[in-house]
Design a protein around this ligand. Structure first.
Ligand SMILES: Cc1cc2nc3c(=O)[nH]c(=O)nc-3n(C[C@H](O)[C@H](O)[C@H](O)COP(=O)(O)OP(=O)(O)OC[C@H]3O[C@@H](n4cnc5c(N)ncnc54)[C@H](O)[C@@H]3O)c2cc1C
Length: 322
């Protein structure tokens, strides 16, 4: 095991890297365990690595590509002394300080790293339909975020997949831009609340395709349509459209912390009084504790909060000890 660090940060999306910028500028030499390369959003840089143009991150008048934005965050923190390890955390021990953090073999007797304060920014993942062309066209007409991408579909026909409150919320929001929004739902009735259903049923731009599953996404460089199967008749058809919003839920990356940190019923980490968790010295920021806003700027904002909370917590401990 290496010498205990003052601060370790797990995750390198906008939340973790903002926490790294602030803690490195506060001379705390943070160790960022940034995740491992993968084809999902669970990779160094986080969810924005999967997207193309980001037009709503303040400061970039003409927009910026998601991976380029995350590379700048990373370099900015490195400039002030943040250290990076490209690996996934496989286990944490939050029962005593310094907290133990394992990468590689979770059964190794000693943790790989340890830290007085831990900032958790492991983010979340959008649940996907798991179709090959859906992955290929993500950021090119396939989206998981109406707030982020709705603006790109002005005057176009689009579809939303899902039947819960968030699918209808996305559909209603998208009516501001799109000419027609088709909600594709695999069942014959919605899970969404009655009030959301009433709003969606009453909206002239929204129509429903019931008992239907998307089985393929069409298009060479951008989405041109989807293949849909009727789950009752098993007939297949093509729907021409310019965008597909997948709104079938999100999964926070919190399995590592089960039994150690308090979570909401939906698995998101519970924070108190800013970014504190139920364990003194452990802070959580970004999408791992936010199922409401889920934006790069809110994740970055809460990364800043976690860094300041951790700095003050470390200061208070040092003053109490001396
Ligand atoms: C396709 C797409 C497009 C989007 N477009 C926009 C947009 O235009 N504008 C906008 O504001 N928002 C957009 N978002 C949302 C935005 O990306 C997220 O809100 C933001 O990335 C959340 O940041 P985060 O740091 O909390 O988590 P994430 O970005 O999810 O990062 C999580 C990090 O944790 C790491 N991690 C997870 N588990 C472990 C582990 N065990 N060990 C080590 N590391 C781990 C991952 O590797 C990753 O580095 C988009 C999201 C998607 C999916």
């Amino acid at each position: 095991m290496t010498e205990p660090r003052q601060v370790a940060i797990v995750g390198s999306g906008p939340a973790g890297l903002t926490a790294a910028i602030y803690t490195s500028r506060a001379q705390l030499s943070p160790l960022v365990i940034e995740g491992e390369p993968s084809s999902t959003s669970d990779q160094p840089g986080g969810q924005l690595m999967l997207t193309t143009e980001v037009e709503n991150y303040p400061g970039f008048v003409d927009g910026i590509m998601g991976p380029e934005l995350m590379q700048s965050f990373r370099e900015q923190a490195a400039r002030f002394g943040a250290d990076y390890v490209t690996a996934k955390v496989s286990r944490v021990d939050l029962s005593a300080r310094p907290f133990g953090v394992w990468v590689g073999d979770p059964d190794a007797p000693e943790p790989t790293y340890s830290a007085e304060a831990l900032i958790i920014s492991t983010g979340a993942q959008s649940l996907m339909l798991n179709l090959a062309n859906e992955e290929r066209l993500l950021g090119y007409g396939v989206s998981t975020c109406a707030t982020c991408d709705g603006f790109f579909f002005r005057g176009r026909d689009i579809a939303v997949v899902g039947g819960g409150d968030s699918a209808l919320e996305e559909a209603l929001f998208l009516t501001r831009f799109a000419d027609r929004v088709t909600v594709i739902h695999r069942r014959g009735e919605l899970r969404a609340s009655k009030v959301m259903q009433q709003r969606a049923f009453a909206h002239e731009k929204i129509s429903f395709l019931w008992n239907s599953s998307v089985i393929d996404v069409l298009g060479d460089t951008t989405v041109t349509g989807v293949r849909v199967r009727d789950n009752i008749s098993e007939e297949e058809s093509t729907l021409e459209l310019a965008g597909l919003f997948v709104a079938i839920g999100h999964q926070p990356n919190t399995s590592l912390f089960k039994g150690q940190l308090e979570m909401e019923e939906n698995g998101y980490l519970r924070t108190f009084d800013g970014t504190r968790t139920n364990v003194d010295g452990v802070f959580a920021c970004g999408d791992v504790q936010d199922h409401r806003y889920r934006q790069a700027i809110t994740a970055a904002g809460s990364g800043c909060m976690a860094a300041i909370d951790a700095e003050r917590w470390l200061d208070d401990r040092h003053s109490a000890e001396h």
